[in-house]
Design a protein around this ligand. Structure first.
Ligand code: SF4
Length: 383
């Protein structure tokens, strides 16, 4: 696997959606009349951003729904980013797209604009599940979008799917995965549906308008996903992410799991350059107002303590199939991983959730299912 831990990434948030999905807690609005002013502000934010001595090898357009932007608008943002930041020649440029907003001509034009990786927000190939999720598209439109991405010549395509939807059986989920694999995607992200506080979905749950899937069934779907995809050559390299080969892993998203530096541009975007984290306003109007006053649109920042950095490093790396390189950890933090975390490591090893080989330890699939609780065991240790 290429060593990407030192190269940095740029994330650009495009906060516009045709309609809000009831389960979503990402920041987005449906007023497209704000797009021109927002894009001006994004260009301006890049001009205002400090020059950092980093080389970037990924540029990621996330949202929201970045595919509501025209290919010209995407090209213009790429051009501005390239003129302001130092990118490697082999930069990975990902655009998140949603069925219902794309066709093959649009995908071709995104390719011509420089995009070399697309993520298609399929979520499900079942109309019933799509309706539950409040998506704007049908199963046929999802199929059309995936086919259009292939027709346009993209050779790095990711499909996003959601499981754990009330009423979903293991058979129907596997049918979704089978349909996804019939397009031979390079990468699949499988997210477990969660009811995020404050979302309309969670309000419906609180009012007992539906019954969320219980942990036992969620666990069964998680295991079935790993089994089905690994038998077909897809490696679970992160809890929710599967790639056909290491080269098709998401270079950009991997930065989040190895504490590599990244800069987030746009409303609600977060940045991290160890040990500092900062984030932008979570309102398009506040964001544009600051930029109009030639101010960086920061809502806050945080200097991580050594303890926070250690806990985060463990939390994030245990999400990955690579896990923790204990020698690198010891060098980075000046403590002995093996000594400090001896108790959780031996307890998890005995319970068959953590694997150790040489100086590397990682959660196996069963351990990944209990990742949050396991990470909390490490966080409780004193160091
Ligand atoms: S399209 Fe994506 S970002 Fe927009 S509301 Fe739906 S889930 Fe959220």
């Amino acid at each position: 696997m290429p060593d990407i831990s030192e190269a940095a990434g740029i994330y650009i948030h495009i906060p516009f959606c045709v309609r809000k999905c009831p389960y979503c807690d990402f920041y987005s609005i449906t007023d497209f009349s704000r797009i021109p002013a927002y894009l001006d502000a994004l260009h301006q934010e890049m001009a205002l951003a400090e020059k950092v001595p980093l080389q970037f090898n990924s540029l990621y357009f996330g949202g929201g729904t970045p595919s509501v932007l025209s290919p010209d608008q995407v090209a213009s943002l790429c051009g501005k980013a390239f003129s302001h930041f130092n990118f490697s020649d082999d930069v990975e440029i990902t655009l998140e797209t949603n069925p219902g907003t794309v066709d093959s001509n649009r995908f071709k034009a995104y390719r011509a604009a420089g995009v070399n990786r697309v993520s298609v927000g399929v979520q499900s190939f079942s109309n019933d599940r799509l309706r539950f999720l409040g998506r704007i598209h049908t199963a046929d439109e999802a199929r059309d979008a995936v086919e259009a991405a292939g027709t346009a010549g993209f050779d790095n395509i990711c499909l996003d799917l959601i499981y754990g939807i009330p009423g979903q059986t293991e058979d129907s989920w596997i049918r979704d995965l089978e349909t996804a694999l019939s397009y031979s995607p390079d990468h699949i992200s499988c997210y477990m549906l969660t009811c995020e506080p404050g979302t309309p979905l969670d309000n419906d749950r609180l009012r007992a308008r539906f019954k969320p899937m219980d942990d036992q069934n969620l666990g069964a779907l998680f295991r079935a996903t790993g089994r089905f995809l690994s038998e077909r050559g897809y490696d679970r390299y992160e809890i929710s992410n599967f790639a056909r080969c290491p080269a098709k892993q998401s270079r950009h998203n991997s930065k989040y799991w190895v504490s590599a530096p990244y800069i987030g541009l746009g409303v609600s975007a977060h940045s991290f350059i160890d040990p500092v984290r900062y984030w932008n306003h979570r309102s398009v109007e506040d964001y544009i107002a600051d930029i109009s006053n030639e101010k960086l649109p920061r809502a806050g920042n945080e200097l991580l303590t050594r303890q926070q950095r250690i806990i985060e490093e463990i939390f994030l790396r245990l999400r990955t199939g690579q896990g923790i390189d204990m020698d690198a950890f010891d060098r980075k933090f000046g403590i002995s991983f093996t000594e400090v975390f001896q108790d959780p490591v031996s307890c998890l090893t005995v319970r068959g959730l953590l694997k150790i080989s040489g100086r590397r330890c990682w959660l196996n699939e069963e351990g990944m299912l209990f990742h949050d609780g396991i990470a909390a065991m490490f966080a409780r240790m004193e160091f």
